[in-house]
Design a protein around this ligand. Structure first.
Ligand code: DGI
Ligand code: FE
Ligand code: FE
Length: 190
């Protein structure tokens, strides 16, 4: 039988590959995802693993992210080529599988979809997406106090709210919008 993944080892591994601010964020997403998993009846350990690994490719250079994609035939869209930081989600899922020994597809999907979302997300995927936005270390987003409260009352409502606030923010700041983010919003909005 395959040996269970050690949370302690994953934490140590993330501390090595992330700067201290990012690592604090990682721990925040780990325990916020765990709390949401308790609330919504998801596997708590899976939520911790996904939370710990969701940004495992965040502190690589853009060149490194692009080269990992090229080497492993991971498709890169035009928007991703122009904004390679978006690839940290896809590349993160790849590394979670190859380097950190995660085989649970739900955890890998949660890592892959944590930035743009996607259609038909599982509860765990939504939990990681939301935990990423509301963890205690986040301070800048608009309406954060309200979204934090809603997250523990109505998961889908919090999810849609975060998506729409993110799209508003990206439009206000003139950032290029990945069609995937727009697609997720269209799929989930009422
Ligand atoms: O990696 P984190 O910073 O913890 O969080 P994240 O993976 O959600 O990435 C955060 C940024 O990604 C945030 O500023 C919003 C941005 N983002 C989400 N969807 C898109 C996007 N940025 C662009 N340019 N286009 C998108 O569609
Ligand atoms: Fe991220
Ligand atoms: Fe994150």
């Amino acid at each position: 039988m395959k040996k269970a993944i050690s949370l302690k080892k994953l934490r140590r591994a993330m501390e090595k590959v992330q700067d201290s601010k990012r690592f604090e964020h990682t721990l925040g997403v780990e325990y916020t995802a765990a709390a949401l998993a308790m609330r919504y009846g998801c596997d708590v350990r899976d939520a911790q693993i996904a939370g710990l690994l969701h940004d495992c490719a965040k502190c690589l250079t853009d060149e490194k992210r692009l080269s990992i994609c090229k080497k492993n035939k991971i498709p890169v869209t035009a928007v991703e080529k122009k904004n390679p930081f978006l690839l940290h989600a896809k590349v993160g899922a790849y590394l979670a599988y190859q380097k950190y020994g995660v085989s649970n597809p739900d955890i890998l999907n949660a890592i892959r979809s944590h930035t743009t979302g996607r259609q038909n997300m599982s509860t765990l995927e939504k939990i990681v997406f939301i935990a990423d936005y509301i963890e205690p270390g986040r301070t800048h987003a608009a309406n954060l106090a309200e979204i934090r409260r809603i997250a523990f009352v109505d998961l889908d409502k919090a999810f849609v709210r975060i998506l729409s606030d993110t799209l508003d923010y990206l439009k206000d700041t003139g950032n290029e919008i990945d069609p995937k983010t727009e697609e997720t919003w269209k799929y989930y909005k009422k």
